[in-house]
Design a protein around this ligand. Structure first.
Ligand code: GUN
Length: 291
């Protein structure tokens, strides 16, 4: 039987409508307009599309979205100056430095320079630490969106075997931390597979919830998936003919899984919605306590 489609586009729209109402309330009650500054270094075509989507989504939600473009050959010092300026700007509540960065720049130094209370990506070590100890402030947007999608779809994570394919700091590791934490959307038994894993297929086949964030087109085939498993596809790739696919071979896996996210229209729209959610949270953090 064909799997249920987990419609991230529809849920993201619902979340964005709620956020828009909360932004209006914050503006009316505290005269705060959430502001997101997106920093883009260079002209990577995919990054340009993502960044434009993020900026537009802010505007639609009634937030201030500003784009700060720097040339591909910018020095690290110049980029750090830009971040310092945004850290000091009270109209900027959230700062996002689009990744990847050019080779001359040390990503760690840059991400650590962002004020942790403006770090809407959740990449600063302080926010990584808070998630690790189970008291999250800003959770990276992609795993946060996947968590909301699972909860909204009524998928039980408690006691489930969850397998995360990929150990990146952006998706794999924070996803595993969310699934393993106590409470709603957590309490799963989590395994992370990576390039050093001996037999990824056999481990993936034990998953009740399989999260594919491997970065390779259609790597996850039907024989990696237990019948009835829930499959979340984080990948997005452009084929030579211009069509899009994920990390999962959708035509065959959707015949085995009980539920699956499509590409496009699954995880991607949720990531943008969660960025807005984190930006709203960042603005709320600046609200005086007495309000
Ligand atoms: N590049 C790919 N995904 C992301 C993300 O979630 N945040 C940032 N800043 N860059 C990315």
């Amino acid at each position: 039987m064909a799997a249920r489609i987990l419609d991230g586009k529809a849920l993201a729209q619902k979340v964005r409508t709620q956020i828009k109402a909360e932004v209006a309330k914050l503006r009316a009650e505290a005269q705060i307009v959430p502001g997101l500054a997106v920093v883009l270094v260079g002209d990577d075509p995919a990054s340009q599309v993502y960044v434009r989507n993020k900026e537009n989504a802010c505007k639609v939600a009634g937030m201030n979205g500003t784009l700060h473009r720097l040339p591909a050959d910018v020095s690290q010092a110049k980029l750090l100056d830009t971040i310092d300026r945004l850290n000091a700007d009270p109209t900027v509540h959230g700062i996002l430095v689009q990744l990847p960065l050019p080779r001359q720049i040390d990503e760690r130094v840059v991400l650590e320079r962002v004020d942790p209370r403006k770090d809407v990506d959740g990449f600063h070590p302080e926010n990584v630490g808070l998630l690790t100890i189970g008291s999250p402030r800003f959770v990276p947007c992609t795993p946060l969106g996947i968590g909301e999608l699972l909860v909204e779809a009524g998928i039980e994570t408690k006691g489930a075997n969850a397998v995360v394919l990929g150990r990146s700091n952006i998706v794999g590791k924070p996803m595993a931390l969310l699934l393993v934490r106590k409470g709603k959307g957590g309490d799963a038994t989590v395994t992370i597979c990576h390039t050093g894993t001996r037999d990824t297929a056999s481990i993936a086949r034990q998953a009740d919830i399989l999260i594919a964030a491997v970065g390779r087109p259609e790597q996850v085939q039907a024989d990696w998936v237990k019948p009835g498993a829930v499959v979340i596809d984080v990948g997005i790739h452009k084929r030579e003919d211009g069509s899009l696919c994920g990390d999962v071979h959708y035509p065959t896996v959707s015949q085995v899984a009980s539920a699956i996210t499509p590409v496009p229209g699954g995880v991607g729209p949720m990531t943008v919605a969660m960025l807005l959610k984190n930006t709203l949270l960042a603005a709320e953090l600046t609200r005086p306590k007495s309000d």
